[in-house]
Design a protein around this ligand. Structure first.
Ligand code: SF4
Ligand code: SF4
Length: 283
């Protein structure tokens, strides 16, 4: 069972929910938590494990061979990501735009664009009791979240396919990084907050998971702030409200200190019980 925890925007409590849910689940079953917010992963702050093993991730980039190239310019039109340009008598590949699709390299009639492996980022793995945790981090300056997310999911299949529960802390938003993360899961938990911004972004996230054809439900964090519009929206759209986590200052304070919250706040523990009960009913 692979579950994504996602949100339409950052700052709604996605990592807070993912980490606490994973640690609670790991009390009774083997659990994998993947932090796929690869531009800014922070789940590792809360996982107090000593040892970490680090796996370097590379990606293939075409390298122009001026000796072989006849400057026909066809590679420029083949690249759907505008990663190749011609400057005078030079072909320039722009790695930040390249999606490693191999099209230019495979189609070049002169074999003038051989692919070369370059660093993309790393996957850090921690183990704590029944919990395995991976944190994927993109190299500074790179923008290709999706290839690293896909490599992390392959890594999880290879090393942790036997875990009873796999939780995935998705990148925020509804762009391609989020889609790359959630498209292979069995179920999505969307977390939002009862504010106009929360509702606006939840709406986008709901449209995205509906287009992906994924079953989902919603957890509301910071219940008690804002207004009731988000609850009316859930009712109107017939979306299951899985749990509510109350707005309490002590939760924010504990989170800012890197503490695990469900062991200290009964309302959070109760919300996690409701969510785990739903997850277990899915298997
Ligand atoms: S397709 Fe190959 S030969 Fe033609 S310009 Fe591009 S690199 Fe050069
Ligand atoms: S590998 Fe694909 S994305 Fe990268 S430069 Fe070539 S055609 Fe463009």
């Amino acid at each position: 069972m692979r579950i994504a925890i996602a949100s339409g925007k950052g700052g709604t409590g996605k990592t807070f929910l993912a980490v606490n849910l994973a640690l609670k689940a790991a009390e009774t079953q083997t659990t994998l938590l993947m932090d796929l917010d690869v531009e800014e992963p922070n789940g590792g702050i809360f996982i107090q494990a000593d040892a970490a093993d680090v796996h370097k991730v590379t990606r293939a980039i075409p390298i122009w061979d001026p000796g072989a190239c006849n400057l026909c310019g066809k590679c420029i039109s083949w690249c759907k990501f505008n990663a190749i340009i011609k400057l005078g008598e030079m072909i320039l590949v722009m790695p930040p735009l390249c999606h490693s699709c191999y099209a230019c390299s495979e189609l070049c009639p002169m074999q003038a664009l051989p692919m070369e492996q370059q660093s993309l980022g790393e996957i850090r793995h921690l183990k704590l009791g029944k919990l395995d945790f991976t944190e994927s981090k993109l190299d500074i300056g790179l923008e290709q979240s999706s290839p690293l997310i896909e490599r992390t999911l392959e890594f999880a299949d290879e090393h942790f396919g036997d875990k009873e529960l796999q939780l995935l802390d998705s990148p925020p938003g509804t762009a391609c990084a989020m889609v790359s993360a959630v498209k292979t899961v069995d179920y999505v938990i969307l977390i939002s907050e009862p504010t106009p911004f929360g509702l606006f972004d939840l709406n986008l996230a709901v449209e995205t998971v509906r287009q992906l054809g994924l079953p989902f439900s919603v957890v509301i964090n910071r219940d008690g702030i804002g207004n009731n519009d988000i609850y009316k929206y859930l009712e109107k759209e017939k979306i299951q409200l899985l749990a509510k986590i109350p707005h309490q200052r002590e939760i924010a304070e504990m989170y800012s200190r890197g503490e695990i919250i469900y062991q200290q706040v009964p309302a959070v523990d109760e919300a996690l019980n409701q969510i785990l009960s739903k997850i277990r009913s899915l298997s």
